[in-house]
Design a protein around this ligand. Structure first.
Ligand code: C5P
Length: 236
């Protein structure tokens, strides 16, 4: 964990629809922030160019692919050609899909890290049941993480409340990226299962994704620096 610089551990979610706005955010925050997350909103509005942000900013391409293995392999290959630092797929697509995506990426030169999304933090156990999944989120996250790592994923996306348990169960040698991170001074917005950047990193997260608390702050660059200071303290 110690080898990633604190500023590189913060991934700012560029949840905006306009390329111009996204570029402005990157120029404004790049002095402190190491990674930016390009998700469905920006990618759908802008296309593959969205991964080529100004100033060579590193990108987590958060498109959460979920399809049959053959289609997913094609998608991760196309994603890798855009040179993001991190890409993701749904672990629920199954072990064959994860294994084939991981194998396809490993054949490339400098491939992005492959993350498997476990259970979306917006799911409650009740909602999982209504989709036919009866084991509860906690057990499912752990089962999906075990399967994804065995199939060759470099890491997982999980809520900050699950990080500690995943580290205890599966050790240190995989990446955990966690959204739902809220500094103590910020609003929770619609995020329910949150933790502070300090707690998330102390518990074992490698990267934390923060969107609105930084983008909506009166001084966004200073807000990012405050989050990075918290990450630094957790790394000490
Ligand atoms: O603004 P906020 O900090 O809540 O942004 C968090 C980002 O992480 C959003 O882009 C959201 O889509 C993403 N995310 C999440 N929970 C997940 C997976 C992704 O909040 N389980």
């Amino acid at each position: 964990m110690g080898r990633i610089k604190p500023g590189d551990r913060l991934i700012v979610a560029l949840d905006v629809a306009s390329p111009a706005e996204a570029k402005r955010w990157v120029r404004r925050l790049s002095p402190a922030v190491g990674h930016f997350k390009v998700g469905l909103e920006l990618f759908t509005a802008w296309g593959p160019e969205a991964v080529k942000l100004p100033l060579g900013a590193r990108v987590f391409l958060d498109l959460k692919f979920f399809d049959i293995p053959n289609t997913m392999v094609g998608a991760v290959r196309s994603a890798a050609a855009l040179k993001p630092a991190l890409v993701n797929i749904h672990a629920l697509a199954g072990p064959t899909a994860v294994r084939q995506c991981a194998a396809a990426l490993k054949k490339l030169k400098n491939p992005p890290k492959l993350l498997a999304v476990t259970i979306l933090t917006s799911f409650t156990d009740e909602e999982l049941k209504r989709t036919g999944m009866r084991n509860g989120a906690g057990k499912m996250v752990s089962d999906l993480c075990r399967m994804a790592l065995a199939a060759g994923a470099d890491g997982v996306v999980a809520s900050p409340l699950e990080v500690k348990k995943l580290r205890e169960e599966f050790g240190e040698k995989f990446i955990i990226v966690t959204p739902g991170v809220r500094p103590s001074w910020s609003e929770k917005n619609d995020q329910k299962r949150t933790a502070t950047p300090y707690r998330a990193v102390k518990d074992g997260a490698d990267y934390v994704v923060v969107g609105r608390p930084i983008l909506n702050a009166p001084d966004p660059l200073e807000a990012a620096r405050t989050v990075i200071r918290e990450i630094e303290e957790a790394c000490e």
